[in-house]
Design a protein around this ligand. Sequence first.
Ligand code: 5RP
Length: 219
Amino acid sequence: MNQDAMKRQAAEAALSYVEGGVIGVGTGSTVNHFIDALAEHKGRIEGAVSSSETSTERLQGRGIPVLDLNAAGELSVYVDGADESNEQLELIKGGGGALTREKIVAAASRRFVCIADESKLVQVLGRFPLPVEVIPMARSHVARELVRLGGTPVWREGFVTDNGNLILDVRNLEINHPVSLEQEINNIAGVVTVGIFAQRPADLLILGTPDGPRTLGRT
Ligand code: 5RP
């Protein structure tokens, strides 16, 4: 079974956690499968709050109403992918550059269901370069601070986030204490969001595997 089929399997399994109301929808190729599957059951929900312009376009293209988070209140569930997850369901996200809105929608949701293929599960976070969204004028300052923390930041040149900011991808970080590193990087002046999701980890991780979906966490 290839990686894309495993992503689709996880995405389809997440449908059973959609119970109605307004839901949060993330960004990425795994979420694209989820949106396609959700379109077949769209009568079940009032609509979706989207974490990116790309997902908004896909949701609307499939007839799923997209709502403003300010009008939606607390969301019942948020479904999103990840670049890495450890066994505690602490994540690295932001490979698609949507990390800030993803973190906001995750924070506003009662349950966070993460969907991925099995290759995303790791012992220690950090093999995937850690995305950090920064205000443009702070790029060099934040990069120097990240070097001080032991990382090697690389500017994702030519990429602008939906919020008009830049991304630094930080290599060579072994993230043994995700909660404290998340706080530390978020405290650097000029950082909008770091792609560590540990203060608010996923509640559930559904992994696509050749043997069928594997679920970790609190069901
Ligand atoms: C986007 C993300 C995605 O969830 C992450 O990059 C995983 O993407 P994919 O489902 O394509 O593997 O955080 O900002």
